[in-house]
Design a binder for this molecule. Structure first.
Ligand SMILES: O=C(O)CCC(=O)C(=O)O
Ligand SMILES: [Fe+2]
Length: 313
């Protein structure tokens, strides 16, 4: 897949130095319609076809935070398009210019913020060892590349301009809503943007997804987090058939041969599985299909066809 199939012409023409400059000055950089419609649709299709992680002998999506967020972390195991995006020269050139030295992909995901989610203002430069990073040589410098997979008119990403310059004075990562409204309301920058827009920000900056109450709300995004600390990363599952190019830069970025050192986020389980429309429909299909075993052959077939039940071999 050529870069022209992933990125718009305007984004491909963008000078990576402009990204570094804005990241250093404001803590964020954004570009509307950076991704092609074709790429965005491909990501949606790949996530849909991979489905949910319910006794699925492959990777699948999971729910977390009371069912208010859907995560598909192992996109590099199901989407060639995502592999091409994630390892593209365009994004890696931006990283190489920004970090100057080494960097490593720390986590990646497709995710949906669903109605009722209430994300706190926070920074993402948490350290992974449980120890203070000051006075050690663990670098907690990093960026997040977020991209919208559908138009975002509500529940948008918000960032406090310049907060990457002062947040490290605090020894905590979470900020309450009242504190931000009182002290930083004029710094809030909102990113309501069309699908395919990319936002890059410093992990030290204070940010959140704006909370929403609308129960039917869904915001679809993909995210890459890249850090200067090359000693820690979530485990990365990669479908090897996608790897049609490999060089030292990609090897180091994907952490080949390096320890991961941190666990997958989120730590989902049956406890975090909601009974929403999608889950209810999957479970009902399975239950009705199983109960249909007791019916005579011709009826069993009709019931199973009607619900689209797929019997295991
Ligand atoms: O999706 C967003 O708007 C923000 C996501 C975020 O801050 C995170 O996952 O840490
Ligand atoms: Fe965050």
């Amino acid at each position: 897949m050529k870069q022209e199939q992933i990125f718009s012409k305007d984004f491909l023409n963008l000078d990576y130095k402009a990204v570094t400059k804005e990241l250093n000055e404001k803590g964020y950089f954004s570009f509307d319609n950076a991704l092609t419609d074709n790429f965005v649709n491909q990501i949606k299709n790949d996530v849909d076809s991979a489905g949910l992680s319910l006794n699925n002998n492959n990777v699948g999506g999971v729910y977390y935070t009371h069912g208010n967020q859907f995560f598909f972390s192992h996109l590099l195991a199901v989407s060639k398009s995502f592999f091409n995006y994630c390892t593209s020269d365009k994004l890696l050139d931006i990283c190489s210019d920004y970090f100057k030295e080494k960097y490593r992909l720390k986590c990646l995901r497709y995710y949906e913020n669903l109605g009722g989610q209430n994300m706190q203002w926070h920074t993402d430069n948490r350290n992974y060892t449980g120890k203070e990073t000051s006075g050690t040589n663990i670098k907690n410098e990093g960026i997040i590349m977020l991209a919208y997979i559908a138009d975002v008119k509500d529940g948008e990403f918000q960032y406090l301009k310049g907060s990457h310059n002062w947040s490290s004075e605090n020894k905590f990562n979470d900020y309450n809503h009242d504190y931000i409204s009182k002290n930083h309301s004029s710094d809030i920058v909102g990113f309501k943007k069309p699908k395919g827009s990319i936002i890059i920000y410093n992990t030290r900056g204070v940010h959140r997804a704006k909370p929403t109450n609308d129960k039917n709300f869904v915001r679809k995004s993909i995210l890459l987090r890249i850090d200067a600390d090359t000693e820690h990363s979530e485990p990365i599952l990669l479908k090897t058939e996608y790897v049609d190019k490999m060089d030292d830069r990609i090897k180091e970025y994907l952490g080949f041969g390096k320890k991961t050192g941190i666990d997958m986020y989120p730590d989902s389980s049956l406890e975090t599985l909601p009974i929403n429309k999608k889950i209810f429909s999957e479970i009902s299909k399975w239950l009705i299909g199983r109960l249909a075993n007791k019916l005579p052959g011709f009826l069993r077939k009709r019931v199973r066809n009607a619900i689209g039940y797929r019997k295991a071999h």
